[in-house]
Ligand binder design. Structure first.
Ligand code: C5P
Length: 401
C-alpha cells in the first residue's frame, strides 16, 4: 500500500521529534519515498542530517538555501506529495494551521498542498486538553485534516495523560490503510458532514432470538472510509457487523431499525447528506416477548409490523441536501430501483443485483448501476473500495452544481 507513495514528513519542535527518525525509517522500509520538511524549532530536537540520511533526500527548513539562494518551492513539494504527514505536530503548529499562519516552510506547504494532510499531535497533557488546542483540532478536522489520536501515557514533562505522539508503528499501520493516500486533488466533500448507514439491523423476538439478514456492512463501511479519506466528517450508523471502524470515521452502533431511525435522523439534522447502505429490516415483531418463548406446539406464529423507512423519512426533509440510496433487487431490477429513487427522493440510487456474480453479501467485490433522474450507468465488477470511490466521485459531482 505504501510502496512508491510520496510522503512529505513534516517535523515540528516537540521532544517527540526523535520518533520522527524511526517513523521515517519505517516509511522507507515499507517502500514509500519520503521527503522531510522541518520547522526551525524542530532542528533543536533532531538534526536535518539525521532526517536527510534516513529519508535519502535533502531536508528543507528555510524558504531558500542561504548559501546559494536556491528557492525551496512549497508548491512543488505539495504537488509531489501523496500525503503531508506532520508528526509530531505541536500545539503551536496546529494553531497556526487552523488560523492560516504562514511563517515557515511547513505551514506554507500545508496551505498550498492539494494532497491529504494527516497530523499526529504531540504535547503536554494540559496543553492538549486546553480548549484552544481542542478547538483548533476540531477546526482542522472540519476542514478535512485527519488527526491520529494521541494515546495516553507518560509524557516528557513527567506527567501522565493524553498528548503523547502516537507510536511510529501505529502511524505506519494507520497510513497503510489510509485511502486518502490515493487522493491527490482536494475533494469538494472535504469538511462536509455525511451520515452513512451500514450493516444489518437486529429485531428482537425474545431475549434470545432475533430476525436479521445477510448484510455484513462491507459496502457501507467502504463508503464511510472513502468519504472520510476525502476529508468529509462521517457519522457511521452501524447495525451488526464484525468490521473495524474505518480511519477518521465516527461510529454509532445500533441494533434495531427503530434505533437506526432515531440515530440517523439525529445525525442528519446538521449533515450535508446521507448514504443509506444499511440493510434495514422491513418488519419487526409486534411484541417482544420478555422471556424466552417456549417450544410448545408444532408451529409458531410471530406477528410482525412494518418498521419505519429511514431513507424515505430523510428524503421528505432533505431539501437540497444529498441523499443516496441503495437497492438490492432480484427481479425487474432497473424498474424497481427507479421507483425507489422517486418514492424515497434519492438524488441517485446504487443498484446491485443478486443475480450478478461477485455482487451482494459478504464478498469483497460489487457490480453496480448508478441511477439518477437522467438514467443509469452500469459499472464493471470492481472491489467494494473502488465501488465506494465511484460513489464518492458521483457525490462530488452533486456538489459541483
Ligand atoms: O425499500 P428498500 O428496502 O429496497 O430500499 C432500500 C434503500 O432504502 C436502502 O438505501 C436502504 O438503506 C433504505 N432503507 C431504509 N430504511 C428502511 C428500509 C430501507 O433506510 N426501513
Amino acid at each position: 500500500m505504501l510502496k512508491g507513495k510520496h510522503i512529505l514528513l513534516g517535523v515540528t519542535g516537540s521532544i517527540a521529534a526523535y520518533k520522527a527518525a524511526m517513523l521515517c525509517r519505517l516509511l522507507k522500509t515499507a517502500g514509500a519515498e519520503v521527503k522531510v520538511l522541518m520547522t526551525p524549532t524542530a532542528k533543536e530536537f533532531i538534526t536535518p542530517l539525521t532526517m536527510a540520511t534516513l529519508s535519502k533526500n535533502p531536508v528543507a527548513v528555510e524558504f531558500y538555501n542561504p548559501e546559494n539562494g536556491d528557492w525551496h518551492s512549497h508548491i512543488s513539494m505539495g504537488e509531489w506529495a501523496d500525503c503531508l504527514l506532520i508528526a509530531p505536530a505541536t500545539a503551536n503548529t496546529l494553531a497556526k494551521m487552523a488560523h492560516g499562519v504562514a511563517d515557515n516552510l511547513l505551514l506554507t506547504t500545508y496551505l498550498s498542498a492539494r494532497c491529504s494532510t494527516v497530523v499526529a499531535p504531540a504535547m503536554d497533557c494540559d496543553m492538549f486538553a486546553h480548549e484552544a488546542t481542542q478547538a483548533n483540532i476540531a477546526l482542522l478536522k472540519e476542514r478535512g485534516v485527519t488527526v491520529i489520536d494521541s494515546p495516553s501515557g507518560e509524557l516528557a514533562s513527567g506527567l501522565s495523560g493524553k498528548g503523547r505522539m502516537a507510536e511510529p508503528e501505529a502511524i505506519l499501520r494507520f497510513l497503510e490503510s489510509f485511502p486518502g493516500l490515493n487522493q491527490k486533488k482536494k475533494s469538494n466533500l472535504a469538511g462536509r458532514r455525511f451520515v452513512v448507514t451500514a450493516g444489518a439491523t437486529i429485531e428482537a423476538i425474545d431475549p434470545v432470538r432475533y430476525i436479521t439478514n445477510h448484510s455484513t456492512g462491507k459496502m457501507g463501511y467502504a463508503v464511510a472510509g472513502e468519504l472520510a479519506a476525502r476529508g468529509a466528517r462521517v457519522t457511521l450508523i452501524s447495525g451488526h457487523t464484525v468490521l473495524p471502524t474505518p480511519a477518521g470515521v465516527e461510529r454509532t452502533d445500533v441494533a434495531s431499525a427503530e434505533e437506526m431511525y432515531d440515530a440517523a435522523r439525529k445525525a442528519f439534522a446538521d449533515a450535508d447528506g446521507a448514504v443509506m447502505c444499511a440493510a434495514v429490516a422491513d418488519y419487526t415483531p409486534k411484541e417482544v416477548s420478555p422471556s424466552k418463548i417456549k417450544k410448545d406446539g408444532d408451529t409458531l406464529t410471530i406477528e410482525l409490523r412494518r418498521t419505519k423507512d429511514i431513507a424515505a423519512s430523510l428524503g421528505r426533509e432533505k431539501g437540497d441536501r444529498l441523499l443516496v440510496g441503495f437497492a438490492l433487487e432480484t427481479d425487474d431490477e432497473i424498474v424497481n430501483a427507479e421507483e425507489k429513487l422517486r418514492r424515497k427522493n434519492f438524488d441517485f440510487i446504487v443498484l446491485n443485483s443478486l443475480r450478478d456474480k461477485g455482487a451482494g453479501f459478504g464478498v469483497d467485490t460489487n457490480k453496480v448501476t448508478i441511477i439518477d433522474a437522467e438514467g443509469g450507468k452500469a459499472l464493471p465488477l470492481m472491489s467494494k473500495s473502488d465501488t465506494a470511490a465511484a460513489i464518492a466521485d458521483r457525490m462530488e459531482s452533486f456538489f459541483e452544481r
